[in-house]
Design a protein around this ligand. Structure first.
Ligand code: ZN
Length: 103
């Protein structure tokens, strides 16, 4: 996954620091790892039919790292919680490649 440096906007392959300016990416990488773990836990909650917990975990994942996978999981959780408008909105955000819009 390419990471764009928040300091100088250089594109970086997975790295602990920016190849151009040396900005430390440790916290960014931790946020990404934490978000991936939350998505995994949300899927686990889905398997347990605990859809409220699934929704909270997925929303927290989106807050940490707004990826299509996190938005998809949140959309599925919204659907399972009968929040159809939210599910549609989230799904459209992914479909339109506009993941920066609010949940
Ligand atoms: Zn940089």
């Amino acid at each position: 996954m390419t990471l764009i440096c928040p300091t100088c906007r250089a594109k970086n392959a997975d790295a602990r620091q920016c190849r151009r300016c040396g900005t430390d990416f440790t916290l960014i990488m931790k946020a990404r790892t934490d978000a991936e773990r939350l998505i995994y836990l949300a899927a686990s909650s889905c398997r347990d039919h605990d859809y409220e917990n699934m929704m909270q975990l997925a929303e927290n994942a989106v807050r940490l790292w707004r990826t299509p996978a996190a938005l998809h999981m949140t959309a599925c959780a919204a659907l399972l919680n009968h929040k159809y408008d939210a599910a549609l909105s989230l799904w459209q955000q992914v479909s339109n490649n506009c993941p920066r819009k609010a949940v």
